[in-house]
Write a protein that binds this ligand. Structure first.
Ligand SMILES: [Zn+2]
Length: 65
């Protein structure tokens, strides 16, 4: 059985710190998440796209509006 959870990294949209989060790539093809930066605690809006075949993830980060 495949390991489901993967670690994805994103750079905080505010302070640039690299954050790591655990993500289940089977959660969906397009997933929106809000994660607080562990350094500055401001909310980063992540849009995660999962390649259905490879389960590779692409992450877009946006600031809170
Ligand atoms: Zn930050």
């Amino acid at each position: 059985m495949k390991r489901l959870n993967t670690i994805i990294t994103f750079d905080c949209a505010y302070c640039g710190a690299t954050n790591e989060i655990e993500f289940d790539p089977t959660a969906g093809k397009h997933v929106a998440l809000t994660e607080d930066c562990y350094i500055c605690c401001r909310p980063n809006h992540l849009r995660i796209t999962v390649d259905e075949e490879t389960l590779e993830t692409t992450v877009d980060v946006e600031m809170d509006n």
